[in-house]
Design a protein. Structure first.
Length: 229
């Protein structure tokens, strides 16, 4: 519980870690292309972070393409990226002992209409929660808000995991944004907001930001765009 509320120095460390992670995302988008394996993309991401300011990885990087992306905790494989794939990338750096965490989903070529609809719904869920998070809101309420937006967009019941979690010295800390947290969130809680949509056998996608709950609301550390890439 003592670790759930971060001080200014802890926040600075996580902002620095997130800056490395955002820069790695900009790099990988220009690097990846059809024909590469998930493993190749993962190794490039990891090496880039470690050679541009990360002292370590925050956790094992996930790169999951096509139907592999429908598993929220996918394991990187030798599957090749193919035109039409949605590619989920979940990764983070560690700086001064503190972690960052982000997920972006990018498309190899043009996404289908269903993928575009899913992305728009996913983005709405993420941004609605981030605009609403305040001290005093419960983790359960944040999770339920995201689920309501997904439901309204036609993707109800397709998330299957909690909306987010605390981050700090470890990649998973208190507090969580999930149905099991009915306690009020407070100033200094650093949390992820990461709604997902998963259609088994087809594709998956997740959009994850990291930020801190301030007196007036959620302050995002993640600088990477929410636009479809």
């Amino acid at each position: 519980e003592l670790r759930a509320q971060k001080d200014a120095e802890e926040i600075r460390c996580m902002q620095a870690a997130q800056a490395v992670t955002d820069a790695a995302f900009a790099h990988i988008v220009s690097f990846m292309e059809a024909g590469m394996t998930e493993r190749e993309v993962q190794l490039e991401l990891d090496l880039w972070m470690l050679s541009h300011g990360a002292e370590a990885l925050a956790f094992p990087t996930i790169v999951a393409s096509g139907p592999n992306g429908a598993s929220p905790h996918a394991v990187v494989s030798s599957r090749c990226l193919e035109p039409g794939d949605a590619v989920v990338m979940d990764f983070g750096a560690r700086v001064s002992g503190y972690c960052s965490d982000m997920t972006r989903t990018v498309f190899i070529g043009e996404p289908t209409e269903q993928m575009q609809a899913a992305w728009e719904t996913l983005r709405a869920a993420n941004e609605t929660v981030e605009a609403t998070l305040r001290p005093g809101m419960t983790g359960k309420a944040a999770h339920e808000l995201a689920c309501a937006v997904l439901e309204e967009g036609g993707f109800g019941g397709r998330m299957g995991h909690g909306l987010g979690h605390g981050v700090g010295l470890q990649i998973h800390e208190e507090p969580v944004l999930s149905p099991r947290n009915e306690s009020p969130l407070g100033v200094g809680n650093v949390v992820t907001v990461e709604p997902g949509i998963y259609l088994p056998g087809q594709f998956g996608m997740r959009l994850e930001d990291l930020g801190v709950i301030g007196p007036e609301g959620f302050q995002r550390f993640t600088a990477s765009t929410h636009e479809l890439i």
